[in-house]
Design a protein around this ligand. Structure first.
Ligand code: NAD
Length: 478
């Protein structure tokens, strides 16, 4: 797979390059061009030109049709996309084939559907003119695209999270300059090929590859020609981008990190709670922003839950690696820290040895720990690996206090059979998303995002369209 920039409708790979490393075995899989400031300038200029040209004049129904052609184009090259995503991330092929690539297709279809439902998202209100005493006024509100939007995405769900922003940004009529993670450039390149084949006007979608700090990401987010920034990644990176964007007061939409709690009440279906927590803590080796890293279990079922979760974690096989040697080292450093902080290891705690080529890769063991105080760094900081800390609680109020005592607030999970408890507890958890007796069950129309250090704004359905457009009110005196 040869990664290329896509600027103004032209593929190019000029400038310096860096190696692409396969996380499964550590082998070099190719090289990636590093976008210089000039490449980023060209991409922003191409996007601006597209808005002044045919793309800016493309009506909503044609944009919707273009989104459908992109969805079809990904579908036609489905296996290629799956292979590229699995190779870049090291995630099991099955996961890419059932989650990442179908959701990317779904993202384009969902926003095409939304556009058909409400083409220009115009709202009309008739307001009596009592404030002016001059009779009636007709007010109507139209939505205008923001202009050139920068989209910066992470490596964990590369195509899914990139298209989760690209689809609504294009739907709303913006021109896009996207920068995927330097670790996972391949499916973004394939997407550019699909968009090219779908016949979008040149410059409507542009892609630049490269690193973040002091590189393409920073050039793009500090660019005076960028009208808005949509970013998914670490909270610390979000803060850096915000500082960089402050000079131009560029609006931001942020999906950031988490330290997600699960609350398991004694009345829960324990089989479902254990299996659900195995999924929520260990899917993609814990490298999903929604993954559970803190589990609070009501005391009567605590021992049984810990023992069953530990057993399931020890039995897991076929799990994928960490994205990079650097990230593997970070996760292992938290395993060491947990030991120093006095944790009891119920499962895992190190790097596995397979006795084959995977030992050159970046695997770590699924890990379950107990016994740490809430002040421990391992309990407070996002690890972004396959580890969860399990602690007991005695009352509903205590469970809520523990769940909410975090700088983060992305997603939470509640396991209970008591309907009243579910309704009572869910709205009091300080996270943007609460799942009851399930995890990561998604309806693309619902608001998605975090509170506190987990983000700014919401994505999904009309929430994304609202971010990617400006409401303009027109008032006519009658
Ligand atoms: P990251 O913040 O290191 O990188 C994300 C992207 O930002 C990459 O494309 C990177 O090149 C770019 N970047 C880095 N520094 C930059 C800078 N100074 N200016 C501009 N761009 C810069 O995140 P990651 O390691 O790729 O992803 C993991 C993190 O993402 C975790 O914290 C995880 O919780 C979070 N995440 C959140 C969500 C969500 O929806 N809330 C989803 C997935 C991942």
């Amino acid at each position: 797979m040869k990664a290329e920039h896509y600027v103004g409708g032209v593929f190019r790979a000029d400038g310096p390059t860096f190696p692409l490393i396969t996380p499964v075995d550590g082998a070099e899989a190719g090289s990636v061009p590093e976008a210089t400031r000039e490449v980023v300038d060209d991409a922003v200029a191409a996007a601006r030109a597209a808005l002044a040209g045919p793309w800016g004049a493309t009506p909503a129904e044609e944009r919707a049709a273009a989104l459908r052609r992109i969805a079809d184009g990904i579908q036609e090259r489905f296996e290629e996309f799956v292979d590229a995503e699995a190779a870049d991330t090291g995630k099991p092929r099955e996961l890419a084939a059932t989650v990442d690539i179908p959701r990317a297709i779904g993202n384009f279809r969902a926003y095409a559907d939304l556009l058909y439902a409400r083409p220009e998202r115009a709202y009309t209100t008739q307001i009596p003119g009592w404030s002016t005493g001059t009779g009636q006024a007709l007010n109507y509100t139209v939505r205008r695209p923001l202009g050139v939007v920068a989209i910066i995405s992470p490596w964990n769900l590369p195509l899914l999270l990139l298209t989760w922003k690209v689809a609504p940004a294009l739907a709303a009529g913006n021109a896009v300059v996207a920068k995927p993670s330097e670790e996972t450039p391949s499916t973004a390149t394939l997407l550019a090929q699909v968009i090219d084949a779908a016949g979008l006007p040149a410059g409507a979608f542009n892609l630049v590859h490269g690193h973040g700090a002091d590189a393409a990401g920073e050039f793009l987010t500090g660019h005076p020609g960028v009208d808005a920034i949509a970013f998914t990644g670490e909270s610390a990176t979000g803060a850096a981008i915000m500082r960089n964007a402050a000079d131009h007061v560029t609006p931001v939409s942020f999906e950031l990190g988490g330290k997600n709690p699960a609350l398991v009440f004694a009345d829960a279906d324990l089989d479902a709670a254990v299996e659900g927590t195995v999924r929520s803590s260990f899917t993609h080796s814990g490298q999903i922003c929604l993954c559970t890293e803190r589990v609070y279990v009501e005391r009567p079922v605590f021992e049984e839950f810990v023992s069953r979760l530990g057993e399931r974690a020890r039995a897991l096989d076929g799990y994928g690696p960490m994205i990079s040697a650097q990230h593997r080292d970070k996760v292992l450093s938290y395993y060491r820290l947990a030991r120093e902080e006095g944790a009891t290891f119920v499962a895992g705690g190190g790097a596995p040895s397979f006795g084959d080529e995977r030992d050159g890769g970046f695997h770590v063991e699924p890990t379950v720990i107990t016994g740490l105080p809430e002040t421990a760094r391992t309990v407070r900081e996002e690890v972004f690996g396959p580890i969860c800390h399990v602690a007991p609680f005695d009352t509903e109020d205590e469970a809520l206090r523990l769940a909410n005592d975090s700088p983060y607030g992305l997603a939470s999970t509640v396991w209970t059979r008591d309907l009243s408890r579910a309704h009572r507890v869910a709205p009091r958890i300080e996270t943007g998303i609460v799942w009851v007796n399930c995890w990561n069950l998604r309806d693309l129309r619902t608001p998605f995002g975090g509170v506190k250090a987990s983000g700014i704004g919401r994505e999904g359905g009309e929430y994304s369209l609202d971010f990617f457009s400006e409401p303009v009110n027109v008032c006519i005196q009658i």
